[in-house]
Design a protein around this ligand. Sequence first.
Ligand code: BES
Ligand code: ZN
Ligand code: ZN
Length: 489
Amino acid sequence: MIEIKVQEGPFAGIEAGTLIVLGFDGEAPPVVDSVLDGWAGELYASGEFTGKAAESAILHRPSGMKAKRLALAGAGKRDRFDATGMRKAVATAVRTLKGKSLRDLHFWLEHPEFAQAAVEGAILGDFEPDQMKTDPKKGDKRLQSFTVCVAEGSAGSLPDEAISRGRILAESQNFARELKNEPANRLTPLVLAERARQMAAEVGLDCEILDEDRMRQLGMGSLLGVAQGSDNPPALIILRYTPEYASGDDHLALVGKGVTFDTGGYSIKPADGMEKMKYDMGGGAAVLGAMRALAQLKPAVRITALIPTVENMVSGRAQRPGDIVTTLNGKTVEVLNTDAEGRLILIDAITYAIRLGCTHLVDAATLTGAIVVALGYQHVGAFTNNEEFLGRVMTAGKAAGESMWHMPLDEEYKEYLKSAYADLPNIGGRWGGAITAAKFLEEFVEGKPWVHLDIAGTAWLEEGKPYMAKGPSGVPVRTFVNLAMNWGG
Ligand code: BES
Ligand code: ZN
Ligand code: ZN
């Protein structure tokens, strides 16, 4: 765990192994040049460092300074700099420097309004998806401490709250990332449920796990149909957060797809890339990460998290194409494709959320390959039956730096979902697959304000970025947290 500290001082007096300073595009940082007699200006003029994002330069034993190393980190254009820019710039610097085994970093903070983002950047940038590697030296490339440094006399104006909020958020996002990265032979549905229970106990959330028998009694035929092919039993994880003071009667449901492995079932997936389907519980992991943060940040709205978790396998007991299941809300669904399993488990969880009295629903799911075709790896696909509510979710996403794209959900798409033998099929036709998946979910939200986030393209980074390791991203933990924290105002 990284130690986060705050230190005051004149710039030149900061005692540090490595002191990071941001340099904007085309603007040598004045604080550096005032001490180092124009060094940064010359560096910019030479073109070796220009302040673009992801650039870095290190000066050893900067004269007149107590720091042993001065690291310039590119921050991009000043007029476009925001919390996201700060988070990325710090994360990039951390990734560059820890790669050189520099594990105690100081950061000169000139934008206290983005202190939270700076702390997030340090903790998120430090994450590596190497929890299963046994190399005893892997810790050598992990941060030990990150010290936020501010001008003398200004530490008082730096809210401790911003620093601790940054830590809580980033650690919770990393918690989600670790879960996503965990292979399916270890993280079965019941293990995921156990992790949720442990986390809930640590942060003081109420936790209830519905087991297979209970779900059968309730009539969750749709969820159980997906689960029946696996030897690993399913669960419905329910976490409850009740605020001391609620700003109204709203009750938010966060629902996350928790497929610990998706083979596709009898509509089996191709071998190539199937290993990635260990992160098919990415929506559920993000909901758990968000709840971990929210339990500590204490928003003024009641929240229930529901994570239906199953393994989608093939066996003599597995669901067949053509099977018809009866969902918790009584509708029948013809399972035309066993690989469209996410929606089958989500609908029973959504119906249950409504029975628990939830007034607003947001779900996150690695739901369709089609959203990756539509939006690539860039944006979360966002669908809704309520534009006003979507606006709030998108605002939360923008502030979080988790970008979302509003996808259509017109009535006409309902025509794509026709079954000759049941109320609904679980797939539409060939086209608009992300939309028909969303339309299918909408049939179960009973008119409640609802937003569906398809994160199939954004839950996992196929390639690392300067500011983030390859692998699990943790999207949309920060969006969920912002949404709840800004509830009602
Ligand atoms: N888990 C997959 C979707 C997915 C694809 C997640 C790529 C992450 C990356 C989902 O269960 C699925 O298989 N969907 C099918 C639906 C189809 C059968 C209608 C798909 O997208 O191909
Ligand atoms: Zn599938
Ligand atoms: Zn799936």
